[in-house]
Design a protein around this ligand. Structure first.
Ligand code: SF4
Length: 200
């Protein structure tokens, strides 16, 4: 059965789309056949607002409710906004995990639309320049993508209380260079381990 939500380390993760703005060769959804911790994250259909609310039930029970899954939730931004509002009204905390290409994808600044309803935005930046970023992540907007993500991070600071850049421990990536970029922009930085052993 397809999984809309799953609990991991005290947080509730929401899987609302499998569509993504990148096509990372290292994405674990390929080698793990869309599974994570025993959950099948392959969606035949993206869930409706009502289905997601039913999957969350009580957002206050969790440290954070995190839009994540095997896709970029901001491709489904209207659902993110409606659900985030509902979570905030119920006293929960919202985190959005994203590739940071949504402004380019929509050709408008979507970040003001998240103001007041998203507490944390976590933006992955696996690359420290345009060529490297394009090579590692195969993003939709090719060599233009790196600059778009950096712009997105800077703009996010104007609208979201906590902005984090994350980088995965990949063999081909010098994460210290990404950390330096985060420091220059003055946002937090977090390294994520590369998951190479399936935990299902
Ligand atoms: S951005 Fe995330 S979900 Fe999308 S392809 Fe890359 S690793 Fe997979």
């Amino acid at each position: 059965m397809n999984t809309i939500s799953y609990i991991y380390e005290g947080n509730l993760y929401l899987n609302i789309t499998n569509r993504c703005m990148m096509s990372c060769p290292y994405c674990i959804k390929r080698k793990w056949n869309n599974k994570f911790e025993g959950n099948d994250l392959k969606l035949e259909l993206e869930p409706s607002y009502e289905e997601v609310l039913a999957a969350i039930k009580n957002p206050e029970k969790y440290g954070e409710v995190i839009f994540c899954g095997y896709g970029d939730c901001l491709i489904n931004i209207e659902t993110v906004k409606k659900i985030s509002k509902w979570i905030k009204n119920k006293g929960g905390k919202v985190r959005v995990n994203t590739a940071g290409l949504a402004n380019r994808y929509y050709d408008r600044n979507i970040l003001p639309e998240l103001k007041g309803i998203v507490d944390v935005i976590s933006i992955s930046l696996n690359g420290s320049n345009s060529n490297e970023f394009n090579e590692i992540n195969k993003p939709m907007f090719k060599e233009e993508s790196f600059d778009e993500v950096v712009k997105f991070v800077k703009e996010a600071k104007n609208h979201i209380p906590k902005v984090v850049i994350t980088a995965v421990e990949l063999l081909m990536l010098d994460t210290s260079k990404v950390k330096k970029i985060a420091k220059e922009i003055d946002v937090r930085f977090r390294i994520r381990p590369y998951l190479d052993v399936e935990e299902n």
